[in-house]
Structures are given as structure tokens and as C-alpha cells.
Write a protein that binds this ligand. Structure first.
Ligand code: ADP
Length: 255
């Protein structure tokens, strides 16, 4: 997309000629469109729980409050939706923080204690779904200059997805060095991701199955956050997946 501007070259009242400037604004326009789409997606995602909260609060006011059982059920839904709203806002803030950040400060971060922390947080939920989480730390993975909270967020998002999208099965978390590169890998035996969805999986708010993601509390931003953090530390995320067999997320950091 080219942007033309014509203007006179003048000194006082005298005109000496014209100047034509041509600017390529393709990238600026693309960024504007992306920003617009993001804002419109965010509004939609925020409206969904809000509408639900409003609706149930109104129904309570109109009389449902008199039936204790129904009232408790509706209050439960309001609570769940409010928590979803909170998570969404947190994820949106996290994404915008990472996007505007450069990796110039940080400290040594070891993955092992963070993996153990994340596993202990997810263990109960996993056991309820008959999902067994196994650790396979072949070599510790240490990033020299990173932010502990961000690394923990990456581990949490990937492992919680593995648990979320697996019913009865295994999740194996491993760290090792391969050709000098540092690898963090999470494999599950869950529902898998269809091939046509794989290229879109890191887009903000993209979900293969909206209702399943919603039911399990997903915001649709988890992988987008993962990709941004991993790239901040010079890494790449590789996925392999087969529907009904499982998914493997492999994150590779340079030496
Ligand atoms: P969500 O909050 O919906 O889980 P994410 O950004 O974390 O959002 O993931 C995007 C989508 O990728 C999910 O909605 C789900 O469809 C798919 N996905 C992510 N991880 C897995 C996995 N381990 N197994 C199957 N599908 C997955």
C-alpha cells in the first residue's frame, strides 16, 4: 500500500516547485488491522462472561433468590465466570507486557524446581481425570538470563494444557540436552490437534474446540504467551500431534 503526498516548496509567498513523497505503509496498515482485530476479539471474549454474570444476577433479583438450591447454583456460575474474567484480564496484561519487553535483564533460572512446583499444583486435578504426570529430567535445563515467573508460566501453560486435553492417560515432562541445545518437552496421550489447526495454534484466542476450552477454564491465550516468552529467550516451539493419540510440545533453546 503506497501513500502519496504532494506539497509545494515555498519561501514566504513564493512557490519554487512541488515535492512528492511516496511512503510504503503496508506494514503500518497490517499492524493497524491486527490491532483492530485483537481489540475486537478481546471485547468479545470479555463480553461473554460479563453477559452471563449479568443474566444470572438479574434472574436472582427477579425471584430465583427465594429458592436456595437454584440461587446457590446461579451464584456458583457467577463466581466461575468472574474468575474467568479475572484470568482473561491477567493473560491479556501478561501478553502485552511480554510484547513490549526486551530480554535485557534476568537471572539464572533452573527448570527443575519450577517443573516440580507446577506438577504439585496440577497433581490433584490430574489424578481426578486419571492422568498420570511423569518426570524425566535427563539433564537439568538452565537459562542464564531469564525471568523465573515467565519460565514458570511457560511450564504451567504447556503442562496444564497437556492435562486439560487428556482424559485417562499420561503426561511426560522431560528436559535434556540435544546437539548442545537445551530441550524442554511435554508429551501427552490426549485428544491431539488436527493437522489443519496446527499452524493456527499460537494465534490469540484460537481454540480447536471452543466449548471444551471454555469448560476447562481456558482463555485461548496460553500458547500465544508461551510463544512470546520462548522467542524472547531465543527459543523455538515445535509441535507434533495426532488426533486421538496425543501431542508433543518441544521447546528448544540455543546453547
Ligand atoms: P486454551 O486456553 O484454550 O487452552 P491455548 O492458547 O493454551 O488456549 O491453546 C490453544 C488451543 O490449542 C486449545 O484451545 C486447544 O484446542 C489446543 N491445544 C493446546 N494444547 C493442547 C494439547 N496438549 N492437546 C490438545 N490440544 C491442545
Amino acid at each position: 500500500i503506497l501513500h502519496f503526498r504532494i506539497g509545494p516548496i515555498s519561501k514566504g509567498r513564493k512557490k519554487y516547485g512541488f515535492i512528492i513523497s511516496i511512503r510504503d505503509i503496508t506494514q503500518t496498515r497490517q499492524l493497524e488491522v491486527m490491532r483492530y482485530q485483537f481489540v475486537s476479539n478481546v471485547s468479545h471474549e470479555l463480553k461473554t462472561p460479563l453477559t452471563s454474570i449479568q443474566g444470572f444476577a438479574e434472574t436472582l433479583k427477579e425471584g430465583a433468590i427465594d429458592n436456595r438450591d437454584i440461587a446457590l447454583r446461579f451464584i456458583d456460575i457467577i463466581d466461575i465466570e468472574a474468575k474467568r474474567l479475572y484470568r482473561l484480564i491477567q493473560d491479556i496484561l501478561c501478553l502485552s507486557e511480554i510484547e513490549n519487553m526486551e530480554n535485557n535483564d534476568g537471572n539464572e533460572v533452573n527448570f527443575t524446581p519450577l517443573i516440580e512446583e507446577v506438577v504439585s499444583m496440577l497433581e490433584q486435578n490430574a489424578t481426578e481425570k486419571q492422568v498420570e504426570i511423569k518426570l524425566d529430567i535427563k539433564q537439568s535445563l538452565i537459562l542464564e538470563c531469564a525471568n523465573t515467573d515467565y519460565v514458570k508460566q511457560v511450564i504451567m501453560n504447556i503442562v496444564s494444557n497437556a492435562v486439560k486435553y487428556t482424559d485417562e492417560g499420561n503426561v511426560i515432562i522431560s528436559t535434556y540436552i540435544e546437539d548442545g541445545k537445551k530441550v524442554f518437552c511435554v508429551q501427552d496421550t490426549g485428544i491431539g490437534i488436527p493437522e489443519e489447526s496446527l499452524p493456527r495454534i499460537f494465534e490469540r484466542f484460537y481454540r480447536v474446540d471452543k466449548s471444551r476450552s471454555r469448560k476447562s477454564g481456558g482463555t485461548g491465550l496460553g500458547l500465544s504467551i508461551v510463544k512470546h516468552i520462548v522467542e524472547l529467550y531465543g527459543g523455538v516451539v515445535e509441535i507434533t500431534s495426532k488426533v486421538n493419540q496425543g501431542t508433543s510440545f518441544k521447546i528448544v533453546f540455543p546453547e
